[in-house]
Write a protein that binds this ligand. Sequence first.
Ligand code: FNR
Length: 392
Amino acid sequence: MDVNAKAQFGDYQNEIYFDGLFGVLPALPLSPSDLEERGQAALAPSVRSYVAGGAGDETTQRANTAAFERYGLVPRMMVGAARRDLTVDLFGLTLPSPLLLAPVGVIGLCAQDGHGDLATARAAARTGVPMIASTLSVDPMEDVAAGFGDTPGFFQLYTPTDRALAESLVHRAEAAGFKAIVVTLDTWITGWRPRDLATGNFPQLRGHCLANYTSDPVFRARLANPPEADPRAAVLEWTQVFGNPLTWDDLPWLRSITELPIVLKGICHPEDVRRAKDGGADAVYCSNHGGRQANGGLPALAALPGVVEAADGLPVLFDSGVRTGADVVKALALGATAVAVGRPYAYGLALGGTDGIVHVLRSILAEADLIMAVDGYPTIADLRAEGALRRL
Ligand code: FNR
């Protein structure tokens, strides 16, 4: 077999080195800390604190990233891992890699032109990395989905208190071509976020990122005047419908409103995995919302092994603290089916628009691929072999 026949993710470094031969240095950051620092500086202060900040004193947020340092891959030699296979099967789709774009509700505001949802969709189209589009977006989901190209997209649902509105959002997502519904369970109420509280800043209350509501016929029917005529009343109405503290008794209803795969996001306890499975969920999504919702919790990575075990073959999506290709490899080795990136792509977007997101995703994938090459794990299944990953 010609090992050079098909591009691999690690080839991204060749592009960068070859550019260097001609004196062209990368304009975008290569290290996670540089990305974070420069990306935050490129955001407006109110968006910066909303994106970078988390719950409480942010101990859980920091623990999410630090947790990866407790694991290490054990290198294997003479494997000849000249080609790596990072493809993943999810909901009957074959994805080119295990990477996903986590739903980020203010991603629209992270773009310099204020249309970051559309920029993210274009990045998904260019990379094959599916976007999980948030309910909270600057542009309506139909416009976002129109940018996906051949890459599948998933819709993240914040389940409104009004069931008719929830059904309308889900049916619009189906019609727009989304391939799964990701129901976020941990954010029916906003966690205690000192950075945002200190500036009295909550973007949605200022009317941002509500396009999926203001474009929805069920939501509009709840208003005395169209949102264009009375935006303040629309925001007030939004506060009434936004957060629904779902219980397991709601799952049969959720299951009944769509044929699309349902993913439950925010699951960290094995017993919740079993209930999700019993209730007909098609996947669980192990996450603590990047430490934005409840401080004082364990890092999400600490919950992953228990979730994977209880899932017993049900796909497990994972996020919270993923910053590098090494992090992706470790989450896969612990059994995650797919791994989502959150804050890093918001910083890439702030710095370089669609190109910035593409760069962040390609960098993470290149590193993951090269680690699998160097350490002799050519497939994701190999990463899960006994003894591949050690806990320090
Ligand atoms: C989020 N997250 C999120 N999750 C979700 O289900 N719907 C949403 O609208 C949002 N919005 C959102 C905004 C911002 C600014 C951030 C940073 C995150 C959570 C997101 O999907 C994911 O769980 C975290 O981003 C993972 O943490 P890290 O890796 O980004 O630190």
